[in-house]
Write a protein that binds this ligand. Structure first.
Ligand SMILES: Cc1cc2nc3c(=O)[nH]c(=O)nc-3n(C[C@H](O)[C@H](O)[C@H](O)COP(=O)(O)OP(=O)(O)OC[C@H]3O[C@@H](n4cnc5c(N)ncnc54)[C@H](O)[C@@H]3O)c2cc1C
Length: 262
């Protein structure tokens, strides 16, 4: 590791001020991606601005049918949260399936979506669910947020404060995890609001995406006879973990598993 300045602001304004007055700063949540990247010298920020002492960023609340999750909530905390277990049980299960116990204790939902790793689990769930990302300066629709591999609509000096999710009638997420990291080789998230069904995919492409054809079909007929292999394999990742063709098949298999469980 090399030298850098460490700051621990108590308010959002202080954090933004520190950011704007530093040479090459980075916000720090649980450090699960950031610190590993620094150790490998992939990035070398001049200043780390720790968000963990800012109050109100680690709370979960329910207002009518809208669940509000503070961006600094850890995966572990979300997996055990009573409201989430009561209202969207499979979202708690998603959190419980991330990485290992150490990653779940430190890693945060805000860090996960800000990082926009194509194989991460939260982005698919956020995309499938009716949701919005709240920052210190604006509200961003889930559909606009993920703009590419490790890229989002966030400005450099913008902080995610919470994620708001409309409680669905049904939600589930299934993945084939990489046996070492537990990142998704392919993950499928399905959210159902009345007849409206959104199917979002992680792990399969450079960015999470909505499987439009499957979503449309399931919105009309929520059954296992949806048209198979509708995602073009040319659009999917091909790597040492799985071929694109295998990923196309996994999308169908995981979707069927979710429908069977619903
Ligand atoms: C071994 C290992 C296994 C993992 N397995 C999985 C897995 O199975 N599934 C999965 O989904 N993920 C997995 N992860 C990712 C992990 O769950 C974390 O969510 C992810 O690494 C982000 O970590 P963090 O929250 O600590 O954020 P950090 O590492 O602190 O930050 C990551 C990035 O987000 C920015 N950032 C953080 N918080 C905010 C905020 N509130 N507003 C704006 N920007 C912000 C930071 O500046 C930084 O650029 C794994 C990670 C590891 C190390």
């Amino acid at each position: 590791m090399y030298n850098f300045n460490f700051h621990s602001p108590g308010t959002l304004d202080e954090a933004i001020n520190l950011y704007n007055n530093s040479e090459d700063p980075k916000f720090l949540a649980g450090g699960m991606t950031l610190l590993a990247s620094m150790k490998q010298r992939l990035i070398s920020p001049s200043d780390l601005i720790d968000l963990r002492n800012i109050s109100n960023l680690s709370e979960v609340s329910l207002n009518d049918k809208v669940l509000k999750i503070g961006s600094l909530c850890s995966h572990f905390k979300l997996s055990r949260n009573e409201i989430i277990n009561d209202k969207i049980k499979n979202l708690a299960k998603l959190a419980d399936g991330i990485g290992d116990p150490a990653v779940r204790k430190m890693g945060t939902i805000g860090g996960s979506i800000a990082n926009s790793d194509p194989a991460a689990d939260w982005p698919a769930a956020i995309l499938a669910l009716k949701s919005q990302i709240i920052t210190n300066s604006r509200i961003i629709s889930n559909k606009d947020f993920f703009t590419g591999m490790f890229e989002t609509l966030l400005e450099d000096n913008e902080i995610i404060t919470s994620i708001e999710i409309e409680i669905p009638d049904y939600f589930n997420y299934k993945k084939l995890p990489n046996p070492a990291s537990r990142y998704a080789i392919v993950g499928v998230a399905i959210a159902k609001y009345g007849n409206n069904v959104n199917v979002a995919i992680s792990g399969a492409s450079h960015t999470p995406f909505i499987a439009e054809t499957i979503s449309d079909y399931l919105s009309n007929n929520f059954s296992n006879d949806f048209p198979e292999k509708t995602i073009a394999k040319d659009d999917l990742n091909e790597d040492i973990h799985a071929s694109a063709e295998y990923r196309v098949n996994l999308i169908d298999v995981l979707t069927k598993q979710i429908i069977n469980e619903s």
